[in-house]
Design a protein around this ligand. Sequence first.
Ligand SMILES: C[S@@+](CC[C@H](N)C(=O)[O-])C[C@H]1O[C@@H](n2cnc3c(N)ncnc32)[C@H](O)[C@@H]1O
Length: 375
Amino acid sequence: MKLVATCARGTEGAVRGELASLGMKHLRGSRGAVTFEGRMEAGMRACLWSRTAMRVLAPLASFPCPDAAALYDGVRTVDWTEWLNVKTTLSVAASGTAPGLHHTGFVALKVKDGIVDSLRDALGGRPDVDTRDPDVRIVLHLSRGQAELSLDLSGAPLYRRGWRNTVTEAPLKETLAASMLALGEVAADRPFLDPLCGSGTLAVEQALSARRIAPGLGRVFGFQRWPRYRGEWQSSWDRMKEEARGAILPRAPAPIRASDRDEEALDAARRNGRAAGVEADIELLLAEARTVEPFGEGGTICTNPPYGERIGGQPLQLAGFYRGLAEAFQRFHGWSVLVLSGNPLLERNLGLRPEWTHRLWNGPLEVNLVRCRVP
Ligand SMILES: C[S@@+](CC[C@H](N)C(=O)[O-])C[C@H]1O[C@@H](n2cnc3c(N)ncnc32)[C@H](O)[C@@H]1O
């Protein structure tokens, strides 16, 4: 069957590389998604191991969708008794548009009607809708007059690894942090430093990856609540998780350091590291970013500096701050610098020639991932 890993725009290359290394076949990237082929177990494996994808979907039907009636009819072509019964709850999430179908709320309602009516005809009863915590999450995407109807294997999006327990200012999504590490080819066996670590997302993701800890080991997924899960897939899933536990390295092979000048941020990073099971792998320091010094050789500074609003906001001040950062980075001879930049001033003041720049989307924000090498 065809499976789809959805992702943030710009991270498709990272998702593709990751799925290939998981042994997934027939990979194809499009905007914000990578498709692959395999059995349902392949989708479950992707949920367990993908650090970069947002969700894993199993398409059930694809049909032309010129209007609401076609949408309803298309939904009714699926045999919903395979996925739902009268006791399971469901939710429908819609995205995209088609001519005459501009309101995702209305589209979701039509899809829900089609599913519920099918089940009432087949089973004589209907499942309830639960938008907050459904047993089965159904996704409908409209694009170029075509509707794609899928089951969501993930449940909560994959960036919810289960370790983030404190709300801090402007944290990176775990999946975006992991995509930065993958696109930047950050080595697990070289020193790592995030000198503006905030809640520690990059350091935690680096530690999880360096120790080969499957990012999905600490959470449950949507498919685990499907009626067919117990009878058909639970034993494969248990085996996959057992293997994943066996693959964990006892410690990260190289030092991972994260610092911030804000004590609350460091505290959040400490709690996140602990919850993720990598506290011992990350050295946390209270430090001004412009004073950091190199340790070890050939490492990577990987960070997303503030883009402006929280350090005064004046362009001149910001340029000065970035220049100070750049001066510190230039002490790291032989290291790579990987920054997620939401402000062209940062790139202009880095004082290092970029090896490459890659455009990414941090939510709605267009940002650049820039990699430089310090001579
Ligand atoms: C955009 S946030 C980083 C968010 C982080 N990647 C995360 O996922 O939580 C930037 C961080 O830089 C820190 N910061 C700002 N100026 C600093 C400075 N001069 N020295 C050290 N840290 C600084 C802030 O305290 C903030 O935590």
